[in-house]
Design a protein around this ligand. Structure first.
Ligand code: CP
Length: 362
């Protein structure tokens, strides 16, 4: 079975196929209006969502399919203690494909290990959000026209921002990409992203403390919200929530062809006066999310019938049930699943959790 758990689960060729199909859908909407006739998408959302859930819903409806699911886990048997694994086995009996958002990091991987239909990770805690990445890539393609030789500034919550982690992973596969990290000390990009993604793939990165000092260098400014729901300490959130606010005055040195992306929702990190700037692409980005999810649903349903498209989600050298994950939000610490660790590529002798990429607890 084929799933999408991490943005790099798609080969570069498959990624091109998804993006090109999305572009064709944009130009030929009618041609795809029955592409998923008779198919059912289940949307299992254990965390709040507006764009992801409703764009998946709109995508399947526009493809002629139907949608079932829940938008609040409290209204499902999860409230009675049903595990992610059992829920997935059950929903596999009702749907042809499942999009799951979960607050536990690694939940989508556990779902994929238990499903008999394709699983799409629609966001797992602060870990990963691969369909937002597809949305971002389609937006970059339509707005800028290329993926190579881009300088991308990531601003805001780079520690908990799953969309940032996924997009950096995806962009690290292109030539000449440079990353500029703009965040307060407490919200810096996690170490595994710097070492195992940027350094391993020869992606230069710099860390700066203001967006003004780099604005003129950027092709893309990727703004993010400081995520209240990820903080264990509310006082720390209050101290950090207003760290970086983009307003029109800060854009005066930005290039005319630069684009501002944001996965949304925004709170106050982009003032509304920026919305009218032609460089502000974040509402166009939302619509791209529907088109790219249409393409992804079609491709995963096609690949589900082809055994040669199956990929291993658990590394061959994974170690089972020997270590405990450092991350309290990891599914391995919240549900009864095997602990799984792989050797860290940046630190010999160290291990990282297969579900969430955190370190092993000593
Ligand atoms: N970008 C994004 O994931 O938005 P939602 O949380 O509204 O789905």
């Amino acid at each position: 079975m084929r799933h999408l758990i991490d943005p790099t689960d798609l080969s570069m060729q498959e990624l091109d196929e998804v993006i090109n199909l999305a572009l064709d859908i944009i130009d030929n909407r009618e041609k795809y209006s029955e592409a998923c006739k008779g198919k059912k998408l289940a949307t299992l959302f254990y965390e709040p969502s507006t764009r992801t859930r409703l764009s998946f819903t709109a995508a399947m409806l526009e493809l002629g399919g139907t949608v079932l699911g829940f938008s609040d886990a409290k209204s499902s048997s999860v409230a009675k203690g049903e595990t992610c694994a059992d829920t997935t086995k059950v929903i596999s009996c009702f749907a042809d494909i499942i999009a799951m958002r979960h607050f536990e990091e690694g939940a989508a991987l556990v779902a994929a290990q238990n499903a008999t239909v394709p699983i799409i990770n629609a966001g797992d805690g602060s870990h990963s959000h691969p369909t937002q990445t597809l949305t971002d890539l389609l937006t970059i393609k339509r707005e800028i026209g290329r993926f190579d030789n881009l300088t991308i500034g990531f601003c805001g919550d780079l520690r908990f921002g799953r969309t940032v982690h996924s997009l950096i992973k995806a962009m690290s596969r292109y030539e000449g990409v440079k990353v500029v990290l703009i965040a307060p000390d407490q919200l810096r990009l996690p170490g595994y992203m710097k070492h195992e993604v940027c350094e391993k793939n020869n992606v230069p990165y710099i860390e700066v403390s203001s967006m003004e000092e780099v604005m003129g260098d950027l092709d893309v400014l990727y703004m993010t919200r400081v995520q209240k729901e990820r903080f264990l300490d509310e006082d720390e959130f209050d101290r950090l929530k207003d760290s970086f606010i983009l307003d029109s005055s800060k854009l005066k040195n930005a290039r005319p062809e630069m684009r501002i992306l944001h996965p949304l929702p925004r709170v106050n990190e982009i003032t509304v006066d920026v919305d009218a700037d032609p460089r502000a692409a974040y509402f166009r980005q939302v619509e791209n999310g529907k088109f790219v999810r249409m393409a992804l649903i079609m491709k995963l349903l096609e690949w589900a019938k082809d055994d040669s498209k199956t990929i291993d989600l658990i590394p061959e050298d994974a170690i089972r049930n020997e270590y405990v994950c450092h991350n309290k939000r990891c599914i391995s610490n919240m549900e009864n699943v095997d602990s799984l660790f792989r050797p860290a590529t940046d630190k010999p002798g160290k291990f990282r959790c297969v579900y969430c990429e955190s370190k092993a607890k000593l």
